[in-house]
Design a protein around this ligand. Sequence first.
Ligand code: SF4
Ligand SMILES: [Zn+2]
Ligand SMILES: [Zn+2]
Length: 303
Amino acid sequence: MTKCDKCSKQSKFFLAYGPINLCENHFNSFFQKRFKKTLRKYQMLKKNEVIVAGISGGKDSMVLLHLLEKFYSREQKIKALLIDEGIPNYRDKALKVAAKTLEEKGIEFKVISFKERLGKEMTEVMKKTGRKKKLGSTCSFCGPFRRKLLNDGAMEMHATKLATGHNLDDEIQSITMNFFDNDLKRMSMLGAISLGGKKLVSRIKPLYLSPEKEIIAYANLNEINHFSEQCCPFSWQAKRNEFRSMLNQMELKFPGTHYSILSFFENLKPFIPKQEKGMACEVCGSFSSKKICSPCIKLSAIV
Ligand code: SF4
Ligand SMILES: [Zn+2]
Ligand SMILES: [Zn+2]
């Protein structure tokens, strides 16, 4: 029997990048300590914040909600924002799981949909993009639309911080994708915290240092209700999948690769030119880095 490195109990988790063996109790405290350390290290919260958590119903956002509530609900106000992209048999089911948990916990939440705010749900976008490949993948519409609605919704809920469930794997996939695309502008927008401004809520990623596998293990160990039955029916188009599988293979062969990529990005970030301040989009009035925001440009391409 392999023992836990912290006590005499049987090890249930082997974290190769440590390397470290942990029993269930010590894995739980290790995971929770790292979560709190992430918030401290990146100075994500001040006193009396209104934290609006973007909740999809998946493992990441439900673990985020669980931890925010467990450790920060006494000093901070926690609310939730659910975005319905209009993906039948997927997001509707996930949002049901999320809404049930939020109702049980008595957390204030709001649901906003692509259909109500943008006039189009993702199934309609799919029909348009499917025919015209040069428009880009379905996901290249979904991402900017969701980011816009998360910001708009968080503003309406008077958020001082918008917390999302992005984990370590998501972040290093984005870093590597931007590196492969030679896209410094997008890379400059990554990181654990991005400060907002007029019309832009500051965003935080409290699971920034938490590997995806460990989030799944933590959710199962703590019986955190989440939607895990299936993937988004459009996800086969996502370029991200290729990067996920490449980076996971590297992590398997060379444990610690994920954290190394993140450290490299953090060392590089001070040298990446900062984005100029944004403005209000001339079409929708939301935050934009150009005269017309990217979601409005994308919407006009699929009318
Ligand atoms: S996989 Fe693509 S289409 Fe599906 S929810 Fe994610 S970004 Fe949207
Ligand atoms: Zn132990
Ligand atoms: Zn706009």
